[in-house]
Design a protein around this ligand. Structure first.
Ligand code: HEM
Length: 470
């Protein structure tokens, strides 16, 4: 029974004293991942907190997290049945669904669709890269326009449009202009998605907050509205695809997913609605994350002009001034790649994964965790552990930002190509500078992603403006 379950959880796991009603909610602070890392120093890497009416286990540090996600991958592959998760993609999302046979099938379909359109063979690889290069060169032009007469601008929104265009081109065979007002408005709303989904959000653990007016309730109402609007947008696009579907010609990812989920009479429980669910998962996951990565990169470049100069020199030496950088240059641009990994490690801009839950009883570091326990995985703590003795042989592999195990990110390969190309092309073509009056802060807002506070930079063209040539 619940009492016995709670008793066992309470007895076996260390953790801070939980107050009645709110539990430890008031102790999370503005940056819960940092609070969780501090609590780990006191209670160990595996401990329990209570948020509202939910007991939650928090995992910290490389050893405990890898033991859970890799050695006990199935036991930690669940998702909690949070009300906010059910509001995503009309309840047909793969990302926000609990572990099951049906989920496994759904994930496989999403994974093979990504592969088919980005890395299946040299032709798809090239087509994907060309798409990113086209977006990156357009972004260069937009940044230069926004910098006319030495003006300073905030790059955040243009970065979101560029990342959205890459994934929309893959999913719908269509990109949107940076001046498309409706598309910009939709993306602006989606910007708030991570506030509710991020670990520590209160609506899921204090359901009674929905019964009277308060900021959490209005945040949740906005969340439901934005999900409905986004799902409606995806649904319309998928319907257009259904109307013109030709099984002989797969135009884009939507066609590929329709071909598998709509058209195949499967007994795995997936229905037509899961087609839209898959497309929204891919678009949703692919825009905020990639754009936030580049947002941090631009901030750090402007903050550290000496590193920017070194990177400019490297690009000029390896690529020269007569062509744009390409993925083939990557192995010769190790310092640039190192800058990307260090940005991911240092900012840990997805500080805690999407909340997990246990699919059965499990023991981690000798501590018993019952089935159906909500689990927060503190990636930030892995990336900020002091090194033990000598440096690791393969540091880049140890940066944890895409998670690990059965729920690890399925877009990590395309995300890395996108970030590399956007970064290399923007930097090859432009110098970025902050205003003398601005002291660029590393402070950020918390959610599923950590976003830099508004900042402004200006871009200056380095030499000749190059167009993509194929
Ligand atoms: C899940 C990170 C880009 C698709 C995740 C998770 C993280 C993550 C931390 C949660 C894993 C967990 O709960 O344990 C990132 C980062 C990205 C990125 C840092 C960019 C720098 C992308 C892209 C796509 C994508 C471009 C697809 C187009 C997904 C999907 C899931 C996911 C579908 C859900 C997996 C599941 O629940 O089984 N990602 N991601 N991601 N990501 Fe990414």
């Amino acid at each position: 029974c619940l009492w016995v379950r709670n008793f066992r959880l309470k007895r076996r796991l260390p953790g801070p004293f939980a107050w009645p009603v709110v539990g430890n909610a008031m102790q999370l602070g503005q940056m819960p991942h940092i609070t969780f890392a501090k609590l780990a120093k006191k209670y160990g890497n595996v401990y329990q907190i209570r948020l509202g009416c939910s007991d939650i286990v928090v995992l910290n540090g490389d050893r405990a997290i890898r033991e859970a996600l890799i050695l006990h991958s199935t036991e930690f592959a669940g998702r909690p049945n949070f009300v906010s998760f059910q509001a995503v993609s009309g309840g047909k999302s793969m990302t926000f669904t609990n572990y099951s046979k049906q989920w496994k099938m759904h994930r496989k379909i999403a994974q093979s669709t990504i592969r088919a359109f980005s890395s299946a063979n040299s032709q798809t690889k090239k087509a994907f890269e060309q798409q990113v290069v086209a977006e990156a060169t357009e972004l260069v032009e937009i940044f230069l326009k926004l910098s006319a007469q030495g003006q300073y601008f905030n790059p955040a929104h243009e970065l979101t449009v560029a990342a959205a265009n890459v994934i929309c081109a893959l999913c719908f065979g269509k990109r949107y202009g940076h001046d498309d007002v409706e598309f910009r408005a939709l993306l602006q709303k989606l910007d708030k998605f991570g506030e509710t989904i991020g670990a520590g959000s209160l609506v899921d653990v204090m359901p009674w907050l929905q019964s009277f007016p308060n900021p959490v309730r209005s945040m949740f109402n906005n969340f439901k509205d934005l999900n409905q609007e986004f799902f409606g947008f995806v649904h319309n696009k998928v319907e257009e695809h259904r109307d013109t579907f030709d099984p002989e010609v797969t135009r884009d990812m939507s066609d590929a997913i329709i071909g598998v989920i709509d058209k195949v009479d499967s007994d795995n429980g997936l229905t037509k609605g899961h087609t839209e669910g898959t497309v929204s998962d891919l678009i949703g996951a692919g825009l905020d994350t990639v754009s936030t990565a580049i947002h941090w990169i631009l901030l750090l470049l402007a903050k550290h002009p000496e590193i920017q100069t070194k990177l400019h020199e490297l690009l000029d030496k390896v690529v020269g001034r007569n062509r744009l950088p390409s993925v083939d240059d990557r192995s010769s641009l190790a310092y640039l790649d190192a800058f990307i990994y260090e940005t991911m490690r240092f900012t840990s801009f997805v500080p805690i994964t999407i909340p997990h839950s246990t699919t059965s009883d499990v023991t981690i570091e000798g501590l018993h965790i019952p089935k159906d326990t909500v689990v927060f995985i503190n990636q930030w703590s892995v990336n900020h552990e002091p090194p033990e003795g000598s440096l690791d042989k393969d540091l880049t592999n140890n940066v944890m930002i895409f998670s690990a195990g059965k729920r690890r990110c399925i877009g990590n390969q395309i995300a890395k190509v996108e970030i590399f190309l956007f970064f290399a092309i923007l930097l090859h073509q432009c110098s970025f500078e902050k205003s003398a009056h601005e002291d660029l802060s590393l402070n950020c807002t918390y959610g599923l992603t950590l976003k830099p506070l508004n900042y402004k930079i200006t871009a200056t063209l380095r030499g000749e403006l190059l167009k993509a040539v194929w």
